[in-house]
Design a protein around this ligand. Sequence first.
Ligand SMILES: [Zn+2]
Length: 235
Amino acid sequence: MPKLLVRKRVITHSERPWAFCRKYQRFLGVYAEDPESGLYFCEFTSATIRMRIGRAFFGLPEQLQRLCLQYQVTFSACPGWTVNGNSSTLYADFNESRKERVSPHIEMSLRSLSDELISPHLTHEASHIWWRHQTAERRRAYCQFLVASSNADTVEVSDYVQEFFRDWRRSLEIPDSEGYAKPHRACYLEQWVEESFCDTVAKLLVPGYRSQWSGSTVDLELRRHKIRELMLLEL
Ligand SMILES: [Zn+2]
C-alpha cells in the first residue's frame, strides 16, 4: 500500500505570538495533518487519540466544524491536567487583528478523551472559538439576555458554570463606593457569560452531559432559541 502523504505545519512564534509566554511554548513545533479528519495534531499524538478526536469533531454542528477549520485549530493531548489546570482548554488570542495569528489550540486531557466526556468537552472548547469570533454587539446582546433571565435563585446548567455565576452574584454585593467594584463585576460577568454559553451549547448537543447535576432552573429551549437568534448558532 502506498504511504499516505502527511502534511505538516511548523508553528513558530510568528504564527502563534501568544506562545511567547514560557508555559505555552510546548504548543509550538510540528503539527501533522490527520488524513482522516484533516485536523492538525501535535506530532507526538497517537493514532488512537487522533481518531477519537476526529470522530468527535465530526459530531459537532457543521457551523462549529467550519469555523474550527477556518481558524486551522490545532490539537494536543496530555495525561493529567492541561497547562491551565483544566480537563480541556482552548488557547488563542482573539485580540490579534490577523486571523492566522489568533492561532487557536485545543488541549485535551485523557479524562476529557473518555467516551462520556469527549463530545461535550470538545463542543465546549469549540464554542469558545464561536463566542470570541462573534462581534462584541452579539456577545453583549447574549449577555443582556442571560442577566435578564437569571436571578438569585437561578441554578446554572452545571456545577462548573454555577461557580462562575455565584462569583458574579457575590461581586454585586461589593459596595458601589469601592473603586474595584465595577471592574470586578465586569470581569466576573464576562467569565460567567462565556462559560455559560459554552457549557449550554455542550448540554444542548449532548443532553446526557452533566446529568448528575440536578436541579438546574435553566430553560434550555429558551437558550437554544437565543443562541440561534443572538449568536447565530443552530443547535
Ligand atoms: Zn470554558
